[in-house]
Design a protein around this ligand. Structure first.
Ligand SMILES: Cc1cc2nc3c(=O)[nH]c(=O)nc-3n(C[C@H](O)[C@H](O)[C@H](O)COP(=O)(O)OP(=O)(O)OC[C@H]3O[C@@H](n4cnc5c(N)ncnc54)[C@H](O)[C@@H]3O)c2cc1C
Length: 275
């Protein structure tokens, strides 16, 4: 660029390129050097790894020698495993535990290179957590009349964080949970839901796409507009909706909510897939 004198043919263009180089160079330096150096001072260790159902495990992490940073239910963090925080990539996961617990919890479904090894992770191993990130906040004024939480598959993870946090804080806001999964084998957190029922003002509707035992399953197929309308109270337009799940499910939920007249400003969604 210096030699051709095309992109830098006058001083304004040269200055613009130098500013851009400083910005991008600074960002690279922050991401690859400064951020890992900060993380290096805040290592976590695995307390335990618990199976939650088919191909899904929860990992509980404790801070190793520092006070655990606060996070909000519904937020996410980028995590890495191993003794060095200088890694090429970290993977994003929702916090799935209560903000009030000592340990932080992530619930992880096997999907590829990083997540497939989770069943081999051992207590005492070192991990790094870059977070929290995200804007979901149970104190948001739009959420005070009640919540509708729509989860599909592993998308139930942030919802477990919201529910456990509300239970631990004695939050008695009405909360309607619609949880869709494939069948009795893939469904997650059954015991946890059972114990949360008595601690929350919660209506739980569990929908199985292809139940193994259809007679014993109350709601089969998908979460439909009709099911939402049947289970939600009259003031459903005033409630706040949070959804997390596979993209086709989220698209369907957005369509149902639009048809039901729920204002867009009352809806938040967490996408796990980039496309
Ligand atoms: C904001 C956010 C929050 C998230 N929260 C959670 C969470 O709480 N829990 C959770 O479990 N996940 C969560 N995810 C998704 C999670 O980050 C990814 O599943 C994970 O990072 C994938 O990393 P990996 O190295 O295991 O998979 P990769 O190897 O990167 O694989 C990624 C994708 O490629 C596909 N793939 C991999 N190998 C093959 C193959 N051989 N053939 C065909 N396809 C293949 C997989 O289906 C997978 O979807 C979240 C994602 C985002 C963006």
């Amino acid at each position: 660029m210096f030699g051709r004198n095309y992109y830098m043919r006058n001083s304004a263009m040269t200055a613009a390129w130098i500013v851009l180089m400083v910005i991008w160079g600074g960002l690279a330096l922050y991401i690859r050097l400064i951020r890992p150096l900060i993380l290096a001072k805040h290592p976590y260790k695995i307390e335990k790894v618990v199976s939650e159902g088919k191909d899904t495990y929860s990992v509980y992490l404790l801070p190793d020698g520092f006070e655990r940073p606060a996070f909000k239910a519904g937020q996410v963090a980028w995590i890495s495993r191993g003794n060095s925080p200088f890694v090429i990539s970290r993977n994003p996961f929702s916090y799935s535990g209560s903000t009030e617990w000592d340990a932080i919890r992530f619930s992880i479904k096997k999907a590829g290179d990083f997540t497939n090894s989770i069943s081999e992770w051992k207590p005492g191993e070192r991990m790094y957590v870059d977070g929290p990130y995200g804007t979901f906040d149970l104190d948001d004024p739009r959420m005070q009349k009640g919540l509708v939480l729509l989860g599909g598959g592993i998308g139930i993870a942030p919802i477990m964080s919201i529910l456990n946090t509300m239970a631990d804080k004695g939050d008695k806001r009405p909360v309607y949970v619609f949880y869709g999964d494939l069948n009795e084998e893939t469904v997650l957190f059954q015991d946890e839901f059972e114990s949360l029922k008595s601690r929350l003002n919660m209506t739980l509707v569990q929908v199985l796409e292809k139940p193994r035992n259809p007679e014993a399953c109350e709601y089969k197929g998908y979460i439909t507009k009709e099911l939402l309308l049947a289970k939600l109270p009259e003031n459903y337009k005033e409630l706040f909706y949070f959804m997390c799940g596979p993209l086709p499910m989220m698209d369907a939920m957005h369509k149902h909510l639009a048809a039901m007249g729920v204002p867009k400003s009352q809806i938040a969604s967490e996408k796990y897939e980039m496309a």
